[in-house]
Every structure is written in structure tokens, then in C-alpha cells.
Design a protein around this ligand. Structure first.
Ligand SMILES: [Zn+2]
Length: 437
């Protein structure tokens, strides 16, 4: 089955998470893959939330390549959509529905490629090809990739991984690039908490208002910590601008002049720690002076940055005051080196498919399932799902938004990549019975 048809079918399985209900869609994929000769397992930590792990064994040992994805989606409100979010309608070259871009398109492309490879008789010479379709990515992967990597690591052990995260076409002057995600920023969300003394709201002189102590913080958060370079930002800017700039603010201004969206969505968040206040709380009564007040700030950090280093950046903006700062479940950002056979193979595919277009490795501001595989296996994980028909400006508002849809031409391009990549990386086993040379 070709990827666009498979995508239509997958959209018709409602896998909105919560609750997910991934089982039926994954059982459907399992049936197709088993028939084509794949070894399949549905593995789950809790009833009704399976993950599909399919394997095509190599003739000999070697590095394993895993094509990974998630089948769950965020919710959709049909009232906001022009079409039923679970219709999978094909209209004027676009497949419509929740998950069309995040990320049933890639599930369909990877699965269709895996079916075609097995049906053609291809088998890896060395190493296994794995297809991992996880549940539960959108709410934290507790039953999905995290569970797979931590609880049954031998089922998904791999060396090279291709996941979601990038693949849009961007341009700078007359240069065109496919974005590719080599890393994901860390999250160091924190609470700034002030304490005081409660009192009656009618007599402000009696208490010690904790909320007022936090007042200086908000205006300071209009600023961001100074921009910082890393080897990843150096390469990003060098490929984009043709040089490693000395002045990061000037470099960003140059990108912004050429493509404001590229600057805002990709370049700006990559160039350092970002701070965004998101929640505030104090008294829960209108007439009580609060004895406690707190502000929650979403802080994202470059890969590898520690909590102490993040705190230094935070304090450079927030300054001193009568409060304490506490991190909430901090996660250090992670990355893979952009080198080795997987990087070489993707570069070669790009050169073959879109001659003259380059790869633009970058670090994503958000995170995906990639980090579980980096952490568990030290795998080289890249987010790459190429698109040329739809631009970044078209796709960004549709991901998690209304009227999500994907161009059929892009789904076919993805299928082309995922069909080409495994033989290139794993080789082709000699067909039994054929005479060798
Ligand atoms: Zn996703």
C-alpha cells in the first residue's frame, strides 16, 4: 500500500491522547507488516496502550537502524475545522485530518516503505531494520517510547534512529535547505516563590503582601539572557549565512531580514536560554492578602547545559529579591553529533533528490521521543521528515491546530526517503540461491 492511502486510513483511527486508544491502529499496521514478512510485537505497559515494534532481521550482525514515530495525536475540536478531523479526506492533493502532519504522515511513509522493502524481497545484510510506532508521545511517553527504552530496551536497541522534528524546506537568499533536528533543548521550568504574612484585604498595612514582592520580576522577563553559541549554532549559522558570525544579534537580524519566520521559529530559540512566564498564583481569596505568591517560568536551555549554568542565566535576568527559585522536573537538553553513516546517507539522499539543496542541522526548541533513544542507547538520532510542497509558514500553524493537512506530494517524498535509506545503511543481503560473484 502506498503511503498516502495508508495515511488516510490511519487518520480514520481516532488516537486522540488522552486517552490514546492506539491499539486498533497499531493492530492494523501489525497485520500489514506481518503479511509482508516482518516480525511484529505489540508491547504495552498498561492495557490498551500498546507500542508496535516490527523487525526485519539482517543476515549478519551490524548496527540497527530504527525508524520511529508515534501514532497518538492531540485533540481536535470539529467545530473549528472545515472538515471532519477524522475523515482522512483527500482533496486537491491534500490529505486532511488530525495527525496529518504530527505525525501520521511519517508513520504512513515509514510503514509503506517498510512494506515495500520487505515485499520486494530486500533483507538487510548486516544489522536489523526496526520500525517502532509508539503510543503516548503527546502526554509524556510514559506508556510509549520512555517505557520501551527503559523497560524493554532489548526490544528496541538501536544505533541509528530517524524520528520526527524537522525536514521543512527553508531558504536564505538563493540557497535552499532541508532542516534536520540533531538535538532538543532542555527544559528547566522554574517557580519563583515569595513569602509574606497574610492579612485582611481591607487593611493593607497589617500583612506582608507576597504578591507585591514578585512585582519587579515580570517586567525583567521581557528580556532574554544573552545569546550564546555552541558547535551546533556555529554550524547552523555557517551553513545559513556562509560564515560563523562574531555577533549573534547581528546574525539573527540578518536572518530576520531574509525570513522573519525562520528567525522567530528556528534561529532565535536556538541561540541561547529562553524564558517565558506562563503561570502565576497568589491568594485564593479576593479579600486575603497573600502570604505566598508564585510565578512559573518556562525556561529552555541549549543541549548539555546544567542546572547551575541555567540558574546563572536566569539570575542574570531576574536579579535579586526576596524570593526563592526552584526548578520543576528539570531535563538537560540532548543532542547527537551530526556525522557518521546516517548523516552521510541523508546528505546523499538530499543531493540525489533535490540537487543543490543542503541540509541545515539545528536544535529544536521543544522535544520529542528522540531523547529516550539517545539516553538509553547512545544512538545517533535525527529528526528528519522532508517536505517541499508545504512551507514552514504553511505547516507550523496546522500542527496541533485546526484544518491540519499534508500535501500528498510530501508524503510521497517521505516514502521515497524511507525506502531509500535502509538499503543504503544496512546493505542488501545476498538472495539465497543466487550465485555470488
Ligand atoms: Zn509529534
Amino acid at each position: 500500500m502506498r503511503a498516502p492511502d495508508l495515511l488516510q486510513r490511519l487518520i480514520r483511527f481516532n488516537t486522540v491522547n488522552p486517552p490514546g486508544n492506539e491499539g486498533e491502529a497499531l493492530a492494523y499496521l501489525e497485520g500489514l507488516l506481518e503479511e509482508a514478512g516482518w516480525e511484529c510485537e505489540l508491547l504495552s505497559g498498561v492495557p490498551g496502550r500498546p507500542n508496535l515494534v516490527a523487525r526485519l532481521r539482517g543476515a549478519g550482525p551490524g548496527p540497527n537502524l530504527a525508524l520511529i514515530s508515534h501514532i497518538d495525536t492531540v485533540p481536535a475540536d470539529p467545530a473549528e475545522w472545515q472538515r471532519d478531523p477524522w475523515s482522512g479526506d483527500l482533496v486537491d492533493g491534500y490529505v486532511w485530518g488530525r495527525g496529518a502532519l504530527d505525525m501520521k504522515d511519517q508513520v504512513a511513509a515509514e510503514t509503506a516503505a517498510c512494506l515495500a522493502l520487505a515485499e520486494s524481497g530486500w533483507r538487510p545484510a548486516g544489522g536489523d531494520l526496526l520500525l517502532v510506532v509508539a503510543a503516548d508521545e503527546e502526554t509524556g511517553a510514559h506508556h510509549g517510547a520512555k517505557w520501551l527504552c527503559e523497560t524493554v530496551p532489548d526490544k528496541v536497541r538501536c544505533d541509528w534512529v530517524v524520528n520526527e522534528g524537522a525536514g521543512e524546506l527553508v531558504s536564505m537568499g538563493d540557497h535552499r535547505f532541508f532542516t534536520l533536528s540533531v538535538g532538543e533543548k532542555g527544559t528547566f521550568r522554574f517557580t519563583i516563590r515569595a513569602s509574606g504574612v497574610a492579612g485582611h484585604g481591607s487593611i493593607p498595612g497589617v500583612g506582608d503582601n507576597a504578591l507585591l514582592k514578585l512585582a519587579p520580576v515580570l517586567p525583567r522577563l521581557r528580556q532574554q539572557p544573552p545569546r550564546e553559541s555552541t558547535p551546533d549554532t556555529d554550524r547552523f549559522l555557517e551553513r545559513l549565512l556562509g560564515r560563523v558570525p562574531g555577533d549573534l544579534d547581528a546574525a539573527l537580524a540578518e536572518i530576520e531580514a531574509a525570513d522573519p519566520l525562520l528567525a522567530k521559529l528556528l534561529a532565535d530559540p536556538m541561540l541561547g536560554v529562553t524564558l517565558a512566564p506562563t503561570m502565576a498564583g497568589a491568594s485564593d481569596r479576593e479579600n486575603v492578602i497573600p502570604s505566598r505568591a508564585e510565578l512559573v517560568v518556562d525556561c529552555r536551555t541549549p543541549p548539555g547545559m546544567t542546572g547551575d549554568e541555567a540558574l546563572e542565566r536566569i539570575e542574570s535576568i531576574v536579579g535579586d529579591g526576596d524570593w526563592v527559585i526552584e526548578f520543576n522536573d528539570p531535563v538537560v537538553g540532548n543532542r547527537s553529533d551530526y556525522e557518521g553513516p546516517l548523516a552521510d546517507a541523508i546528505e546523499a539522499w538530499v543531493e540525489l533528490t533535490e540537487p543543490g539543496t543542503e541540509v541545515l542541522p539545528l536544535v529544536m526548541p521543544g522535544f520529542s521521543d528522540s531523547h529516550w533513544f539517545r539516553k538509553a542507547f547512545g544512538a545517533t538520532v535525527f529528526g528528519f521528515c522532508p517536505q517541499t510542497a508545504m512551507s514552514l509558514a504553511e505547516t507550523k500553524p496546522l500542527v496541533h491546530g485546526a484544518d491540519e493537512r499534508v500535501a500528498v506530494a510530501d508524503v510521497e517524498l517521505m516514502e521515497n526517503l524511507f525506502t531509500w535509506l535502509p538499503p543504503r545503511l544496512l546493505g542488501t543481503a545476498a538472495v539465497p540461491g543466487s550465485s555470488g560473484s
